[in-house]
Design a protein around this ligand. Sequence first.
Ligand code: NAD
Ligand code: UDP
Ligand code: UDP
Length: 310
Amino acid sequence: MKILVTGGAGFIGSHLCKRLLEENHEVLCVDNFFTGSKKNIIELLKNPRFELLRHDVTFPLYVEVDQIYNLACPASPVHYQFDPVQTTKTSVHGAINMLGLAKRTRAKILQASTSEVYGDPEVHPQPESYWGKVNPIGIRSCYDEGKRCAETLFFDYFRQHKVNIRVIRIFNTYGPNMNPHDGRVVSNFIVQALNNEDITIYGDGSQTRSFQYVDDLIEGMIRMMNNQNNFVGPVNIGNPVEFTIKELAEKIISMIPESTSKIIFKDLPQDDPRQRKPDISIAKKELDWEPNVQLEEGLTKTIEYFKKIA
Ligand code: NAD
Ligand code: UDP
Ligand code: UDP
């Protein structure tokens, strides 16, 4: 098949492109390199079935493809808050353009949505049926509401135009190819520990997240795209093992024993969710999927990666 991956030069996109090439597909990677990097896909450029196009998804794109994975969007708060108007445009205009492309070519299209659609959740763990608690006017809203609107567009193109959609809600994911300056918690703590800098916990570190290794996500994504039940989602894809941010910091310090870094506490950003953990019963039932990589194993591989690029 000919498969389009938007945001293909980013962290998750680069792993997805690699996996699709291994499955013998033709891959068209579209990226504007806002947060992604050619370094993430440099190895793939040798493959004649791989094609790279610099393009911004807020503009129309006319290509012929069989499947579309729509990942283009900065994912870390530091980057999506840098130009919040562009973030909303990327989610909303990007979704409209990619859905228009899917409608014209009859391609199947998967949206990389997010656990952020649940906002600062009052229900724990979060099932797909929960509608979320999202601030519409805060500093995270460009991302949260942009992604929520993209989900709306996906379901309206599905109902109104019979576009063949799939929607996954990705929970915090980490692994090699994360941008070292991304500002996300796993990359920050590892890079800080390797450089003997202070480890910056925001707030008191009692807030929780559930961390999924990227390989587990890619498997879930591909199963969702290709499921034969015509199950369109939304479906949570994440690892339900929950940690506090303080526990994560302590774990990373213990895994880099040569580090002299000390933990320091900084202000908690506005609207930072208190807790987050996926209910993955639907993914288990519909996709026969669950994560296999536990935190220590995934962190070991991620630390190796950051040592290599240092
Ligand atoms: P990333 O920032 O590494 O990748 C995003 C990619 O999209 C980058 O290569 C960037 O250059 C590109 N991009 C941004 N705006 C674009 C535009 N207008 N046109 C074309 N390309 C554009 O982030 P990631 O972690 O790989 O996230 C990929 C997708 O998964 C995003 O849609 C994100 O919202 C979603 N997601 C990620 C996580 C996570 O924990 N990593 C969690 C939930 C959802
Ligand atoms: N579009 C695109 N590639 C295509 C087809 C459409 O980028 O192959 C864009 C086009 O810019 C359009 C949008 O997708 O504005 C939505 O397409 P749709 O057919 O739903 O709407 P319309 O063309 O009627 O505005
Ligand atoms: N965080 C932190 N120190 C950092 C970066 C992040 O304590 O250097 C916290 C952040 O406030 C949040 C959690 O770690 O509570 C996860 O942050 P991230 O930006 O990785 O993801 P998200 O908040 O989008 O889940």
